[in-house]
Design a binder for this molecule. Structure first.
Ligand code: COA
Length: 165
């Protein structure tokens, strides 16, 4: 799907997963949550049939990616597993572009047109810049879950209601 400014969002193939895993594992968030690159890659490979992976290209370069499950929250709503924009591409609107893409996908799960939907995600309390990013894009914090994935890391459960324009 072609976006503005010469960027394009393309569905990732199974063959793209090693690059996505390497990119994520090279980052602070990747190392915080996944013990090894192999663990992360295995998780992505096991998720591939049920989850959606899309890559945002700036011309031919991968600028970022998004990983979500359309019925991952309460078997009904979209769950955003991960959004990642490479450091050199941040603060240029790519994260926002990926979230807009996610909203369109949430409103059209399995080809159905919905008038409204909800997107859920969790984000670490330590990740204040991502929390601010989500707030800027209309997400609200519903609660904080202590030690959800890692004993010492509390997670913000966030949600956005989205509507067909
Ligand atoms: C969070 C992340 C995806 C944001 O991507 P980005 O491309 O830099 O974001 P954008 O340029 O699209 O910014 C969108 C909005 O969020 C704001 N924003 C982005 N990063 C921000 C930051 N570090 N601090 C405060 N606000 C921020 C922008 O100012 C912008 O606001 P506006 O629409 O009012 O102008 C990116 O920083 C990233 O990949 N971080 C590492 C991975 C991560 O933490 N992912 C979240 C996992 S839960």
């Amino acid at each position: 799907m072609t976006q503005r400014n010469g960027t394009e969002i393309t569905k990732a193939g199974r063959e793209d997963l090693p690059v996505l895993a390497e990119t994520l594992f090279a980052s602070k968030i990747g190392r915080k949550y996944y013990p090894t690159l192999e663990t992360l890659l295995t998780l992505m490979e096991r998720s591939f049939d049920d989850d959606q992976f899309y890559i945002l290209y700036d011309h031919t370069e991968m600028a970022g990616f998004i990983w979500f499950q359309t019925k991952g929250a309460f078997h009904t709503f979209t769950y955003l597993h991960m959004i990642y924009v490479k450091k050199e591409y941040r603060q240029k609107g790519y994260g926002k572009t990926l979230l807009e893409f996610l909203e369109k996908a949430a409103l059209c799960p399995e080809g159905k047109n919905k008038l409204q939907s909800k997107i859920f995600l969790v984000v670490g309390e330590w990740n204040q810049s991502a929390i601010q990013f989500y707030i800027n894009e209309g997400y609200i914090t519903l609660s904080t879950i202590p030690g959800l994935f890692r004993k010492k890391i509390d997670e913000h459960l966030m949600m956005k209601e989205c509507f067909r324009a």
